[in-house]
Design a protein around this ligand. Structure first.
Ligand code: 13P
Length: 251
């Protein structure tokens, strides 16, 4: 019933010309593979070029963040209207690197998510525990709390445009992957939290991705788990071959 969403998060990689070359090479590799939605979330300056290169393909383009105010004196920030005009359909919100290095909190994640949804963007809301929290045995509490705070005040109707990316922080860029069982279990906790907030139907429908060192080797097993509906992929989304293999796994 749920359709996989395979999304790349390029982070601070790829110039506009590199983005264009990458998408031109990727498009024929993933053409017709419509068993999943394919998204590339790219640096702001790449969005326009990426969206142009992706026109007429099954690749969708997203941003890696967005500000919650519509306009004004917010030096260095980018609004939802700006993103939409250059061709973004999706936006990542609350990535752990934003939370770790740029002071992002559940409060600002919630504000950004609301702004994105109000503008008609699809929000990929990231959450996940840090290593100390997993070792302390409080992963379930942490992800449930983040889910509640990040989605506070968001209607059931708007929730249809939310994807949750469960990204255990200890697995990001480390080569350490959550086991398929750990990924399934924690995505399941998030789904139960959604059920408590929005009801069983919404919980059945929401897409919950796993992210954290997902690659061409481990994707099939992770995506085979009941509660894992896709991937948010960093490093492996920068390689056409590896990303195509992950799309194939989802298909
Ligand atoms: P890696 O796939 O490089 O571990 O990054 C995961 C991630 O942060 C995706 O948002």
């Amino acid at each position: 019933m749920r359709k996989y969403v395979i999304a790349g998060n390029w982070k601070m990689n790829m110039t506009p010309s590199e983005a264009k070359a990458f998408i031109t090479e990727l498009a024929p590799c993933v053409a017709g593979k419509d068993g999943c939605d394919i998204v590339l979330c790219v640096p702001y300056v790449d969005i326009y070029v990426a969206a142009e290169a992706a026109k007429g393909t099954n690749i969708h383009i997203g941003a890696e963040n967005v500000h919650y105010e519509a306009k004004g004196a917010y030096t260095g920030e980018v609004s939802t209207a700006m993103l939409k005009e250059v061709g973004a359909e999706y936006v990542i919100i609350g990535h752990s690197e934003r939370r770790q290095y740029f002071g992002e909190t559940d409060t600002t994640v919630n504000l950004r998510t609301k702004a994105a949804l109000a503008a008609g963007l699809k929000a990929i809301v990231c959450l996940g525990e840090v290593k100390e929290e997993r070792l302390a045995g409080i992963t379930d509490e942490v992800v449930a709390m983040q889910t509640k705070l990040d989605l506070a005040g968001i209607s059931a109707e708007d929730l249809k445009n939310v994807i949750i990316a469960y990204e255990p922080v200890w697995a990001i860029g480390t080569g350490l992957t959550a086991t398929p069982e750990q990924a399934d279990e924690t995505c399941g906790v998030i789904r139960k939290t959604i059920a408590a907030l929005y009801g069983e139907k919404a919980a059945e429908e929401i897409i919950i991705q796993y992210g954290g060192s997902m690659n061409d080797k481990n994707a099939k097993e992770l995506l085979g788990k009941e509660n894992v509906d896709g991937g948010l992929i960093g490093g492996a989304s920068l390689k056409v071959d590896a990303f195509t293999t992950i799309v194939d796994a989802a298909n």
